[in-house]
Design a protein around this ligand. Structure first.
Ligand SMILES: C[S@@+](CC[C@H](N)C(=O)[O-])C[C@H]1O[C@@H](n2cnc3c(N)ncnc32)[C@H](O)[C@@H]1O
Length: 223
């Protein structure tokens, strides 16, 4: 799976060289590339934004630098329309969730447009974007962190990215992912707090029964 991020701040995506997603890139299971629309601006001062029509405050990212970046990505990394999905990260977009990962698992390329300022010229959305996705009901300063969150979540579904396939299947059980059972690790007792006996029993049936019973364990602190 390939991810192309259109961003004015590629440095924010840099942390992806570490951890699980970094390893997936090293192993060529995914490819992540950033493209700065400033490099594609045809204006003499490499301008990428301008004031909005209608007299509102703030700045809007212009059509030309973003669409030329998009066309360059399409030309240098060609995929069919069916294999490619173009997303604008937007607070008002569809809330990204675990079940969307399964529906988009077969795509080969995602082009993620990270907005800044007051967003991007609407004509980009109308004529070049397939979906608007949000990572939550809040407004961030840019789409880079949402892009990273979505790339991370989608990458986990790719064979070989997680050492243990069951971990993804565990994530993917949509009725369970949000209410995972509690997990514990060594030591067995710390500060007087002991690991539940059922987990130490070595009996898979007993362990899975305990895990099912405990799915709501964290509910009180999650409400
Ligand atoms: C300051 S915000 C734009 C705010 C603008 N008033 C709006 O409602 O779209 C700048 C950029 O951050 C990104 N962004 C902010 N919050 C987001 C969220 N919750 N999910 C996805 N992208 C978000 C979008 O790309 C947006 O264009």
């Amino acid at each position: 799976m390939r991810f192309d991020i259109i961003t004015l701040f590629p440095e924010i995506i840099d942390f992806f060289k570490i951890g699980l997603v970094g390893k997936a890139q090293q192993n060529n299971l995914i490819q992540v590339a950033c493209w700065n629309p400033r490099d594609f601006s045809t204006s003499p001062h490499k301008q990428v934004d301008d004031r909005p029509y209608g007299g509102e405050p703030g700045m809007v990212l212009q059509y030309q630098p973003i669409v030329d970046t998009l066309n360059h990505i399409k030309k240098t990394h060609p995929y069919s329309d069916q294999d490619r999905h173009i997303v604008y990260l937007c607070p008002a977009g569809k809330p990204f969730n675990q079940s969307m990962i399964a529906s988009f698992k077969e795509k080969k390329q995602f082009i993620l447009i990270a907005g800044r300022y007051e967003g991007i010229d609407q004509r980009i959305i109308d004529h070049h974007v397939d979906s608007l996705w949000s990572t939550g009901p809040y407004v961030l300063s840019g789409g880079e962190l949402p892009a990273c969150a979505i790339i991370d979540a989608l990458s986990r579904s790719i064979d070989g990215v997680l050492g243990n396939k069951a971990s993804y299947e565990n994530d993917a059980l949509s009725e369970h992912y949000a209410i995972k059972h509690p997990v514990y690790t060594r030591p067995r007792i710390i500060d007087g707090h002991a690991v539940p006996e059922a987990l130490l029993s070595g009996d898979p049936k007993k362990i899975s029964q305990w895990q099912d019973e405990q799915r709501n364990h964290n509910k009180e602190k999650s409400d």
